[in-house]
Design a protein around this ligand. Structure first.
Ligand code: HPA
Length: 247
């Protein structure tokens, strides 16, 4: 049985059905984690939960200490991570409230501490990242989606942008030309850091809004919050049905 963590993003600061056993603020060589790591039971399965943006959503995407978060999970013996993320939809199928299990990503972020291998480098530390998301975890979420009654899209390219501002309409058009389907601000370097520490990692993305310029109106936080209420309920259902398949 390999230990599993759920990293919650915007709209998922806690798991309502999680019975909390223990909360730990872990000190890491990379600094402070976003929030205490919560160990608990979800549907009789043991899981660890971490709120990526901290409690009260006070840490912006470019200030999240991704190194500390991933290192801390590893130090607790976590071997697999389901990362929940709110995103914008770019291509036609990616409408608000849909859940997407991306299979690829493109990294547009900059200035973030993005590797554990800055010092003490050796040639074997060029990690393979051809397939950034773990296939076993992705397949488990895809198979669980019918039992969870979720409307999911089972693949897509995630664009990781810097934030915290949303994109311009021209940037969204460029992302589409690059082959991206969804856009979010926290997917990298989280996925690569997990790979560096040999943890299985997959993303469950919830579409909060159409990307900039993809509908007539400006994007509002009210719209994002409204869509995430429904979207995150589907994510909770999906995770609960996924756990028995991966634990
Ligand atoms: N762009 C980037 N990140 C996001 C968006 C978006 O439109 N919506 C939610 N997270």
């Amino acid at each position: 049985m390999s230990k599993l963590a759920i990293i919650g993003g915007t709209g998922l600061a806690h798991l309502s059905n999680l019975t909390i056993i223990n909360k730990q603020m872990i000190h890491t060589p990379y600094g402070a984690v976003s929030a205490p790591l919560i160990t608990g039971e979800l549907c009789s399965e043991s899981v660890v939960f971490l709120a990526r943006h901290g409690h009260g959503h006070t840490i912006p995407p470019h200030k999240i200490n991704y190194q500390a978060n991933i290192w801390a999970l590893k130090s607790l013996g976590v071997e697999q991570i389901i990362a929940v993320a709110a995103v914008g939809g770019i291509t036609a199928k990616m409408s608000p409230k849909t859940i997407v299990i991306p299979d690829q990503l493109i990294d547009y972020t900059y200035g973030r501490e993005h590797t554990f291998y800055s010092d003490d480098f050796s040639p074997d530390r060029h990690i393979d990242f051809t397939h950034p998301y773990n296939t076993r975890l992705r397949k488990a979420m895809i198979s669980a989606s019918s039992a969870a009654n979720c409307n999911i899209v089972d693949s897509g390219v995630y664009a990781a942008t810097q934030g915290p501002r949303l994109e311009t309409a021209a940037e969204i058009n460029k992302l589409e030309r690059d082959g991206c389907d969804i856009v979010g601000m926290t997917g990298m370097p989280e996925a690569a850091l997990a790979r560096e520490l040999e943890m299985d990692y997959a993303t469950c993305a919830v579409i909060a809004n159409w990307g900039a310029g993809r509908c007539n109106d400006n994007i509002t936080m009210e719209e994002i919050e409204r869509n995430l209420v429904d979207g995150m309920q589907s994510v909770r259902d999906l995770i609960e049905k996924t756990l028995p398949l991966v634990l």
